[in-house]
Design a protein around this ligand. Structure first.
Ligand code: SAM
Length: 250
């Protein structure tokens, strides 16, 4: 009889522990949802303050929807979790960064993609930009030169259930001819000059969004449009500071 009472007490304690764990994780999810809302409003504020450069006073609705859902904290190292939704770049290891959410939003919007688009990203990094694109397009091909980062991003994307992203380790300077031409190409590391293979692999009517410039001087985020006849138009959108496009090609 005393044993039965002890058992009841132990199961009660276990039940309490289980409920606390679930309660805590539900609470943590709510915290992240709130932080994501705050991140979106911070992005909106940056859109307003940079509109003289970009001509864009407000964040595009469909980009906002997708960024409200993608769990940025899943792409961030554990020791950086507190800052996961801050509107700034964060270190992800190997001297690399996950881009500032505002820049992710702006680059995504400039790429002007839709559900039929096939997109190339150069510089997978954490996989976050690829995840944002994945919510808007048919398929994302993404290339990362640092093997450790590329493998980790691939695992994160797989764990979170993204089925329309393919990650490859390699030098993205050369693009990915097998899957070209692309409706849009986003480059998240800065070369000194636009890589010719990327221009070649852009579809007529497509958009290339790329930071261009050296590390010592200023860089410009460029929107490069190829019209239906293949003619290329370059627009300087915003002064930026990206990590360099590395590799043996230059
Ligand atoms: N898009 C990333 C994200 O969402 O986390 C952020 C990318 S980080 C600013 C730039 C990335 O480009 C780094 O991970 C870097 O290793 C990668 N990179 C640099 N040069 C590269 C190259 N030639 N080919 C492919 N990736 C490159």
């Amino acid at each position: 009889m005393r044993l039965a009472a002890a058992e009841i007490q132990i199961s009660g304690i276990l039940l309490f522990i289980v409920m606390s764990i679930f309660g805590l994780s539900a609470c943590a999810e709510d915290d992240f949802a709130g932080q994501r809302r705050q991140m979106i409003s911070d992005i909106q504020a940056t859109y307003r303050s940079t509109s003289d450069y970009t001509g864009k006073p407000a964040l595009d609705e469909k980009v906002m929807q997708v960024m409200s859902r993608v769990p940025r904290h899943e792409f961030i190292p554990a020791n950086m979790q507190t800052y996961a939704y801050a509107n700034r770049p964060l270190p992800i290891g190997d001297g690399q960064t996950i881009s500032q959410p505002y820049i992710v939003a702006l680059m995504t919007e400039l790429a002007d993609v839709d559900k039929q688009s096939v997109v190339l990203e150069v510089g997978t990094g954490s996989g976050y930009q690829a995840a944002v694109l994945a919510g808007l397009v048919r398929h994302v091909y993404t290339i990362e030169i640092v093997e450790k980062l590329g493998k980790r991003a691939e695992q994160t994307l797989k764990r979170l259930g993204y089925q329309n992203v393919t990650v490859r380790i390699g030098d993205g300077y050369h693009g990915w001819p097998k899957h070209a031409p692309f409706d849009a190409i986003l480059v998240t590391a800065a070369p000194e000059k636009v890589p010719a293979p990327l221009l070649e692999q852009l579809k007529p009517g497509g958009k290339l969004v790329i930071p261009v410039g050296s590390q010592s001087a200023s860089q410009s985020l460029q929107l490069i449009e190829k019209d239906l006849s293949g003619k290329v138009f370059v627009h300087d959108v915003l002064p930026v500071g990206f990590v360099p496009l590395t590799g043996e090609h230059q």
